[in-house]
Design a protein around this ligand. Structure first.
Ligand SMILES: Cc1cc2nc3c(=O)[nH]c(=O)nc-3n(C[C@H](O)[C@H](O)[C@H](O)COP(=O)(O)OP(=O)(O)OC[C@H]3O[C@@H](n4cnc5c(N)ncnc54)[C@H](O)[C@@H]3O)c2cc1C
Length: 409
C-alpha cells in the first residue's frame, strides 16, 4: 500500500473507459492502491481495443474486449459506470467533482482518459471510431455496393483494403497529393500502387465539397455511392472539460502525465491525463500529441506510479502500426514536417528515415517508417528506444547491409 502522504490521493476517478482508462485502473490496483476507484465510460460497453475495428471489420462481429487482450477485467477492479458520460469537471484544493449523466462523483484525483472522437463534417457520412460505428458500417457494406471513403489516412486506407477484399466497389478521395500525407509526408506516395493492386480506385488532390445521401461532390465532379465514410481524422474529446488546452485540444501534461497549468500545486496535483487526449512531452521527441495506441498502453502506469509517490517516468517511443491494403506499416517517433527524408531499401519492403534538417554527415533521427518488414521493425524500435537523441550516419542509413544498431555509434 502506498504511503498516504499529503500528496497521495485516497480516491481516484478515471474518466474514459478506453485503453488508457482501463490501463490506469489496472495499474492502480497492480501497484497496491486500495482506495475507491471509479471508472466512467460513455459507450455502454466494457473497454475494448480500437485498432481491430478497421483491420478486422468483417472478421470480427464483436469488439476485441480488453478483458481478454489484457488478461484482466478492469471493470471488476473499480466502481465501473459504463453509461455515465462526464459533463462537468470541477477541481479545487480539496478534491475533484465530476458531474455525469448518471450521478456525481467526488474523489481526491481525476485521470482524464477521454481519448478522441472522429471528425464528422457531413451528417450523412458514417465515421469509424467506436464498436457501434463498426457495426453500422459492416451492415452497410455488401458485395457490389459502392463505398466512397473521404480521406486516405490510416483508417481510410485500412477500411478500403478490407472492403475491397469483400468485393465492395471502393473509391478513396483524398485532398492531398499523396495518401498518408499528414502522417508520412511525401513518402506516402509509395503506397499509391497498393490501392490499384487491392482493386481500390484512388483520387488524389481531389477536395470534397459536399456529401449527401447519394454520394460525394468533389472539386473534380460527382461520385455516386451507397455509403460514404468520412475518415478525415479525430479530435480530442476534451471541449467540455473547461481546462486550458493545447492548440489541438489536448490536455497539456508533464512527462509523468500531471496537468501543466498556472493553477496552484494543491489543485494541479489532482489532475492527470493519459492517452489520446493528452499532450505529453518526450525528452527526445518533444511534445508528443496523442493518437498513439502504444502511449495509451504504456503511459498510464508511469502516471500511476508518480501519483502514488513512486516516481518512475519511462519515456516510450511514440509508435503507430497499420495493416492496410495487404501491407504493414510501422511508424516510430514524431515527424515535424521539415525533415530531410532518406529511403532505406530492405530485403523485403523499405524504410524511410526522417532526419533533422542540418548540415553534416550525421543527422538526428526524428522518426522512421518501416513497410512490410517485421524484422526491421524490431531493429528500428531498439535504435529509437535508446536514451537520448539518435544521430545516424547518412551513408550508413541508406545501406541495407548495415544493421540498424550500427547506424548510430
Ligand atoms: C478504427 C481505428 C483504428 C486504429 N488503428 C490504430 C493502429 O493501427 N495503430 C495505432 O497506433 N493506433 C490506432 N488507432 C488509435 C488508437 O486506437 C488510440 O490511440 C487509442 O485507442 C487511444 O486510447 P485512449 O484510451 O486514449 O482513447 P479512446 O480509445 O478513444 O477511449 C476513450 C474513451 O473515453 C470515452 N469518453 C469520451 N468522453 C467521455 C466523457 N465525457 N465521459 C465518459 N467517457 C468518455 C470514449 O467514448 C472512449 O470510450 C486506431 C483508432 C481507430 C478509431
Amino acid at each position: 500500500m502506498p504511503t498516504a502522504d499529503s500528496a497521495t490521493p485516497r480516491s481516484v476517478v478515471v474518466i474514459g473507459a478506453g485503453l488508457a482508462g482501463a490501463r490506469t485502473v489496472a495499474a492502480l490496483r497492480t501497484h497496491g492502491f486500495e482506495g475507491p476507484v471509479t471508472l466512467l465510460g460513455d459507450e455502454g460497453v466494457p473497454p475494448y481495443d480500437r485498432p481491430p475495428l478497421s483491420k478486422e471489420l468483417f472478421t470480427r462481429s464483436e469488439p476485441a474486449w480488453l478483458a481478454d487482450e489484457l488478461g484482466a477485467d478492469v471493470t471488476s477492479l473499480a466502481d465501473t459506470r459504463l453509461a455515465a458520460r462526464a459533463t462537468r469537471l470541477e477541481v479545487h484544493d480539496a478534491g475533484v467533482h465530476v458531474t455525469t449523466d448518471d450521478g456525481d462523483v467526488q474523489a481526491d484525483a481525476v485521470v482524464i482518459a477521454v481519448g478522441s472522437r472522429a471528425v464528422s463534417p457531413w451528417p450523412t457520412a458514417l465515421t469509424l471510431h467506436s464498436a457501434a460505428d463498426a457495426d453500422r458500417l459492416r451492415d452497410r457494406l455488401r458485395p457490389g455496393s459502392r463505398l466512397v471513403i473521404v480521406g486516405a489516412g490510416w483508417v481510410g486506407a485500412e477500411v478500403a483494403g478490407v472492403a475491397a477484399a469483400r468485393d465492395v466497389d471502393v473509391t478513396v478521395v483524398e485532398a492531398a497529393a499523396t495518401p498518408l500525407a499528414r502522417q508520412l509526408g511525401d513518402i506516402g506516395v509509395r503506397t499509391v500502387p497498393w490501392y490499384s493492386d487491392a482493386g481500390v480506385s484512388l483520387r488524389l488532390a481531389t477536395p470534397v465539397l459536399d456529401v449527401d445521401a447519394g454520394g460525394v461532390t468533389t472539386a473534380a465532379g460527382r461520385l455516386d455511392a451507397d455509403t460514404v465514410l468520412a475518415a478525415v481524422g479525430a479530435r480530442p474529446a476534451t471541449a467540455w472539460l473547461g481546462l486550458d488546452l493545447t492548440a489541438d485540444g489536448r490536455v497539456p501534461v508533464d512527462a509523468a502525465g500531471r496537468w501543466l497549468s498556472d493553477a496552484p500545486w494543491e489543485t494541479r496535483r489532482r489532475v492527470w491525463a493519459v492517452g489520446d487526449c493528452a499532450a505529453r512531452p518526450h525528452p527526445v521527441f518533444g511534445a508528443v500529441p496523442g493518437g498513439h495506441w502504444s502511449s495509451a498502453l504504456t503511459d498510464p502506469e508511469a502516471s500511476v506510479l508518480e501519483m502514488l509517490g513512486r516516481s518512475q517516468t519511462r519515456p516510450t517511443t511514440p509508435y503507430v502500426f497499420s495493416r492496410q491494403l495487404g501491407h504493414d506499416l510501422a511508424f516510430f517517433g514524431v515527424r515535424h514536417g521539415d525533415e530531410d527524408v532518406v529511403v532505406r531499401p530492405l530485403a523485403s519492403g523499405w524504410a524511410a528515415l526522417y532526419l533533422m534538417p542540418e548540415d553534416g554527415p550525421r543527422r538526428v533521427l526524428r522518426a522512421a517508417v518501416v513497410a512490410d518488414s517485421p524484422r526491421d521493425v524490431v531493429g528500428l524500435r531498439r535504435l529509437l528506444g535508446r536514451p537520448g537523441a539518435v544521430e545516424v550516419d547518412l551513408d550508413r542509413a541508406v545501406d541495407p547491409g548495415v544493421r540498424w544498431r550500427d547506424l548510430a555509434p
